[in-house]
Design a protein around this ligand. Sequence first.
Ligand code: TXA
Ligand code: MG
Length: 320
Amino acid sequence: MPHDANDPTTIEQAAALIRAGKLCAFATETVYGLGADATNSDAVLAIYETKGRPRFNPLISHCADMEMARRYARFSPLAERIAARFWPGPLTLVLPMIPGSGLSDLVTAGLETVAIRVPGHADARALIAKVGRPVAAPSANPSGKLSPTTAAQVRKGFGGRVPVLDGGPCRNGLESTILTIEGDTVTQLRAGALAREEVEAFLGLPVHSASHDTAIAAPGMLKSHYAPEAAIRRDAERPHADEAFLAFGPEREGFSGPMLNLSPSGDLREAARNLFSYLARLDGEGRQRIAVAPIPHEGLGEAINDRLERAAAPRESEIA
Ligand code: TXA
Ligand code: MG
């Protein structure tokens, strides 16, 4: 049931659009994705064009179930175990691609690996099952903007040009965790909605951190990928008078400017869910700068801090 009567796109209509090589945004449990048929290069190109995204970013192929995923990626026994435990869910696995499986090389950006995920949102899986092929989808925002967690944000971002399968607000509000598995070694390429500690507890093995070289393995991770318009000042104990404030944990008295609290109780899961939408709301306050309270670097705090670091980084145009 769509949450917005202005765009009553159904699962059937969304599947028909994607099968026909068109784009349709859809809800996942992490963030909204801008979906296209992952086997159709023209359709995949439309994703890059619509987002204004640098070409070298490979995309995640979303599958309806394990059976579909196995047609495109080679799963080692360890990869099978991890998938069986955490799929459907906010986890992306980078695995060897099965050659000739039909994925567009614009999806893999020419790599021999594929990033694959079975999303936790039931509508997303129903959509992909109806499409009958993997659905390539980056977050459904213009490149360099915040990832959307509601259908209304997707419409706003693309000025209403992209149909949206409205699945309500995203449960996690933070992108999937990306792991790659080589032999017995599991490496985290991107922190995300599944905490590293949860994977480690399940495996009884450490999950390694990607070194700086893996910037090549995960080329999408441009420094300023998650940039609001306002400048970000991190680890701010208290805001300056001219700043907006993104708080975390119990609040101090005495700030009368625009303020939102990621989680008054200090709950990192709640903070992760609110992160993008609160940044977007504070960004809309027209202040030059958003001060952000310190976030503990544990559990989901790692992913939150990663996003904040990117949001605070100089814009690529300023670097280049
Ligand atoms: O939660 C999510 O993951 C959302 C929803 C829509 O599923 N999608 C998402 O996609 O965040 P995107 O395109 O914004 O991020 C995909 C990331 C990029 O950092 C990209 O570099 C990495 O996945 N990636 C894709 N294929 C890869 C590969 N073969 N090797 C290494 N990294 C890869
Ligand atoms: Mg993104």
